[in-house]
Design a protein around this ligand. Structure first.
Ligand code: BG6
Length: 483
């Protein structure tokens, strides 16, 4: 079955944002809605209700929202005219989300001229997902056209994920639940599927016979910032690896789905997660690295926290395609540079016909840069022109998305929010996927606990603890940027 047209303007909707005064709403949700309204995709008759605990007049809230949009909408894209149209959709309501009695006023407003689509976006901590879902059910606010959006990480471990998931499923059908992993909404991440399955070129070489290993890096320059309370009880494994990095790994490793339909794509990703090699505590000790940047403890207001702000690991996918091809993953805060990149490193040529060269020809690499400068590069060897015999030099065939298309690349949240409104869950995580990702993550959580592995300190502005480089060095490799 072919998917529906993705571009058309959508039905008017009622969007209700729980946790609407938080960081995520300011940085991502409001700017995303601003853009979609500006570009005519979100009809101006839509209503956006921002919910927070603190009583606030609408005008006072609008001042805050305007500040957020001025700051987080790209310079030059913010205009008085568009802001006025957007502001006319916005309203603010104070509510204690744990008290069903306080939902009555909102219910009344929503049932006055209800829009065909109703979205409850839970930008709150996962502990509130169950109670909010129960309150919405109790108050009969879940209509046929209702969808609920859950922010990651859902749960703190496998058991708490299962409990939260069950609680939400008590009120909503699986088909109404949109579990966000915003990496899936990034244009370049979607482009991974097009690169792999829209071109014939790669498929025959996309396996362990030809690919030596894969590196996935999500590096950030920022530290924990304002979110330290949340971050300190989660850490990089739960915050980034369990979701964003494993999703990227799935897209690199999965088989072609029959069509790009929601369940077909998610079935394939699930198979990858199920094929991830389990790790014993001894494997965890040798295959993973935990790090914490120097200054982290000051950033969280003191104490002796051991929470990791950096993870590097080596894993295998036990199936025919990837037999013998390790996947190296790493992510961290306060690193030298902000970028996300996937490096597909091919095997060396089987035989060198240029024996006079001092070094063996460089291996080919496909470098997919997801952000900030979205590019796809293929590194191939070429002859250095002129006399002097065959001198080989790796050069990059490079395609920059921005240069090629010359357009603003929309933020992931724009795409994902509109997918929720149009009812397309392809880029959202199904319950069994999140569960499988937690099942595998538990090997690391348990291994770290059993072996008492501590976070290694690393200098802010570097590339993490030296053990991360050693992880690859043991296999005769280096992280790509260290060349
Ligand atoms: C979020 C994490 O999911 O992703 C943050 O909770 C992290 O800790 C962020 O900073 C990174 O997202 P992006 O889109 O800036 O790479």
């Amino acid at each position: 079955m072919a998917p529906a047209n993705q571009d058309t303007a959508l039905s008017p909707s009622d969007l209700v944002i729980f946790g609407g005064t938080g960081d995520l709403a300011a940085r991502k949700i409001l700017p995303a809605l601003y853009y979609r309204l500006r570009d005519g995709q979100l009809p101006a008759s839509s209503r956006v209700f921002i919910l927070g605990r603190r009583p606030m007049e609408r005008d006072a809230y609008l001042k805050r929202a305007r500040k957020a949009c001025e700051r987080f909408v790209t310079e030059g894209d913010f205009s008085e005219k568009d802001w006025k149209r957007f502001a006319s959709c916005l309203d603010y309501r104070a509510i204690d989300a744990t008290k069903p009695a306080q939902y009555d006023a909102l219910k009344k407003t929503l049932s006055r001229d209800p829009r065909p689509v109703r979205v409850f976006y839970l930008a709150t901590s996962a502990e509130l997902f169950g109670p909010i879902s129960a309150a919405l059910k109790e108050k009969r606010m879940i209509t046929e056209g209702t969808r609920v959006v859950l922010e990651k990480p859902i749960g703190h471990d496998l058991a708490s994920f299962r409990a939260t998931n069950r609680a939400v499923l008590d009120s909503f059908r699986e088909g109404q639940i949109y579990r966000i992993d915003h990496y899936l909404g990034k244009e370049t991440v979607q482009n991974l599927m097009v690169l792999r399955f829209g071109n014939h070129l790669f498929e025959k070489i996309w396996n362990g016979d030809v690919i030596d290993h894969v590196q996935i890096t999500v590096a950030e320059e920022i530290g924990v910032g304002e979110r330290f309370a949340y971050y300190d009880s989660y850490g990089a494994l739960r915050d980034m690896v369990q979701n964003h990095l494993l999703q990227l790994l799935c897209l690199v490793a999965m088989e072609a789905p029959p069509y790009i339909t929601p369940d077909a794509v998610r079935d394939e990703k699930l198979k990858v997660l199920h094929s991830l090699r389990p790790m014993s505590a001894a494997d965890v000790a040798t295959h993973t690295v935990r790090g914490q940047y120097r200054g982290y403890r000051d950033d969280i207001g003191g104490g002796r926290s051991d929470t990791e702000t950096f993870v590097a690991l080596k894993t295998h996918i036990d199936n025919w395609r990837w037999s013998g091809t390790p996947f190296y993953l790493r992510t961290g805060k306060r690193l030298a540079e902000r970028y996300s990149e996937i490096v597909i490193q091919f095997k060396p040529i089987p035989h060198n016909i240029f024996p006079h060269m001092k070094t063996f020809p460089e291996t080919n690499k496909l470098i997919i840069r997801l952000q900030p400068d979205e590019t796809v590069k293929l590194e191939v060897n070429t002859k250095v022109p002129g006399p002097g015999g065959y001198r080989l030099k790796p050069v990059q065939l490079s395609m920059s998305l921005a240069e090629e298309f010359g357009e603003r690349i929309p933020d992931a949240y724009e795409r994902l929010l509109m997918d929720v409104v149009r009812g397309n869950p392809t880029l959202f995580m199904r319950s069994d996927e999140v569960e499988a990702a937690w099942e595998w993550t538990e090997y690391l959580l348990t291994g770290w606990k059993k072996s008492g592995m501590k976070s290694r300190p690393y200098a802010a502005g570097g590339w993490g603890p030296k053990e991360a480089a050693q992880l690859l060095a043991r296999d005769g490799l280096r992280w790509y940027e260290q060349r």
